[in-house]
Ligand binder design. Structure first.
Ligand code: SAH
Length: 570
């Protein structure tokens, strides 16, 4: 819950705006300000105070305990110009809240947390549990390092400038050096060390009906402890479908803070395990539950099946270290303008340790990258090599972003990359605004009814195939957007394609030509099939040809939606 506190009329008005924008997320605290702040501090995870920072500092100072548990506090000034992250920037989420409140009220977010203001990933923001000297190591990173990285588990991390991989032994550092250790082993952080916990362990569990939560949990914790593994690295409990609702397993998972993943008995029966037995085969139809569920996605068996101490034993478990999974984000950058780059795309760019892309696209977003990002750029024509590089880096366990203009899945890198990729990496796609959509918005509403995109590049597609598709689009009366319409070496394809459309459409059919949509030198015009001069079209252009119903209205290209209400009154 976000507590809202205000004192003045302007402050209350702003608080009401936040409350009505986020109903259910916010609670307004009325009455004397001191009292309101104290109540909100006790009851809420976050506070937005429409008060001077000085007043809030004085009020909350005696209440502060620990940055891990204190609420995040944002102050908004009387004029609504600034949203200041005051306390709990990371742990309390105040930095993110300041940005959200800023977006809502049109206020500038003010964030002073060092790692955020220099665009570096805060160690406690990596999405991995962090233990040890987070403040000290973060400061060392800010000072430019060096910080030694002991990566016992490979895990896709964002760029951490100043971090140098440990050479040779992974023994704890001595002396004054700062270090980061990525491990699922139950080690205590050394002095000046941060231990990051990757979600690398899968615990397979089996349980008889009615097995108590404490028995399951005790068994799992005991197995981890004896194997020297950290419970904070457990990613999930895995079991057989038939046990999906077993309260002992669900309860143990809840207490560990992890999800329960289930597999069919058939899937588990197919897994090769060291300790099969007859009991589960009779009960649920697979000779192994715990080991098979832990191993079904591969990995290394660290703790073979063991039973709980109770008698009769009602639970079994096995622990597997799953293979590291790199992360490949395929990110569409949009047509060019920065504000047509989605916030999700921006997040993915900042999360990547390795960026792969065409040099001109890299230039488009270079300023957004975190310091330390490894950039692998190449020129036109190196598509296959780029796709292979991106996948290879992800398979090494890296966090990789593969970029493309518009949408990266449209005449771009997603398909060659995914054709190379195996199922041992995670892949996320971030959609982008395509050139066809950007051009459509500039031209008016040309895509208001069924439409296709056709690339006129016959570099990789035989012209016969392209021509067949253009003819089909012509016959089906589809609006057509031509990509890659014309280059210096390819000048006859566009006139030919337009002529094919002309066999089914009037010479006066509207045609929109958009060059460099959303870029600094954007230009566009609406002309007709008969009047279009192909010489005015180049590779920075898309050409959208209307269907038989498309009209030019007030200079804009409009393809009727065909709703009956536009034609006949009801
Ligand atoms: N993935 C991109 C398309 C890449 S193919 C997308 O989703 O839009 C390259 C072709 O896209 C260019 O030859 C041109 O026809 C078109 N194109 C890309 N960006 C453009 C822009 N900003 N304005 C006009 N056309 C563009």
């Amino acid at each position: 819950m976000i507590g809202l506190i205000s004192a003045t009329a302007a402050g209350s008005a702003a608080a009401r705006r936040v409350a009505s924008a986020w109903p259910g997320r916010t609670r307004v605290y009325d009455g004397p300000v001191g009292d309101a702040v104290r109540r909100a501090f006790a009851e809420c995870e976050q506070l937005v105070c429409f008060l001077a920072t000085g007043a809030v500092v004085r009020l909350v100072a005696p209440l502060l305990v620990d940055k891990a548990s204190d609420p995040g506090i944002v102050c908004v000034d009387e004029g609504g110009r600034f949203a200041v992250s005051l306390v709990g920037g990371h742990g309390g989420g105040a930095n993110a809240l300041a940005r959200e409140v800023g977006d809502l009220l049109g206020a500038e977010p003010v964030v002073t947390t060092a790692t955020d203001s220099v665009g570096m990933a805060g160690l406690d923001m990596l999405g991995l549990p962090a233990e040890g000297d987070v403040a000290g190591v973060s400061r060392a990173l800010l000072d430019g390092g060096p910080v030694t990285l002991h990566a016992e588990s490979v895990w896709p991390l964002p760029p951490l400038p100043g971090v140098v991989p440990a050479s040779g032994s992974s023994a704890s550092p001595s002396g004054s050096a700062y270090s980061i250790r990525v491990t699922d082993r139950a080690v205590e952080p050394a002095a000046r060390e941060v231990v990051l916990r990757p979600p690398s362990l899968v615990v397979g569990v089996g349980a008889s009906r009615g097995a108590p939560v404490d028995e399951v949990l005790g068994l799992v914790r005991g197995a981890l402890r004896e194997a020297g593994l950290s419970a904070r690295s457990v990613a999930e409990l895995a079991t057989v479908d038939a046990k999906a609702g077993e309260p002992g397993i669900l309860g143990a998972a809840e207490r560990l803070g992890v999800p329960v993943v289930t597999y069919t008995a058939g899937e588990l029966a197919g897994v090769d395990v060291p300790n099969p037995s007859d009991a589960p085969l009779a009960a649920v139809g697979t000779p192994s539950v715990a080991e098979a569920a832990a191993l079904v996605r591969g990995g290394e068996l660290l703790v073979p099946k063991r039973k709980s101490d109770a008698s009769p034993a009602m639970a079994t478990c096995a622990v597997v270290r799953r293979p590291a999974r790199g992360r490949l984000a395929v990110v569409g950058l949009g047509p060019g303008a920065r504000d047509l780059l989605t916030p999700r795309a921006k997040d993915e760019l900042r999360r990547a340790a390795v960026l792969v892309g065409l040099d001109q696209y890299v230039d488009q977003i270079r300023d957004l990258l975190r310091p330390g990002t490894r950039v692998l750029e190449s020129g036109l024509g190196a598509e296959e090599e780029r796709a292979r590089t991106a996948v290879a880096e992800a398979r090494r366990g890296q966090a990789v972003a593969l970029i493309g203009s518009g949408d990266a899945g449209v005449y771009a890198m997603a398909s060659p990359a995914l054709a190379e990729a195996s199922d041992d990496i995670d892949v996320v796609g971030v959609p982008g605004v395509t050139a066809a959509l950007a051009a459509g918005a500039i031209l008016g509403a040309p895509l208001g009814h069924d439409h296709v995109s056709i690339s006129l590049s016959d570099l990789h597609t035989p012209w016969e195939v392209i021509e067949r598709r253009v003819r089909a689009a012509a016959g089906a009366d589809l609006v057509v957007t031509f990509y890659n319409p014309r280059s210096r070496g390819r000048d006859w394809q566009l006139p030919k394609a337009l002529a094919l459309l002309g066999e089914h459409r009037e010479p006066a059919t509207p045609v929109g030509v958009v060059r460099n949509a959303s870029r600094a030198d954007e230009s566009s015009r609406v002309t007709t099939l008969a009047a279009l001069d192909p010489a005015t079209v180049d590779m920075m252009t898309v050409v959208t040809v209307g269907n038989t119903a498309t009209r030019e209205i007030a200079g804009r290209m409009v393809t009727p939606r065909g709703y009956r209400w536009q034609e006949e009154p009801r």
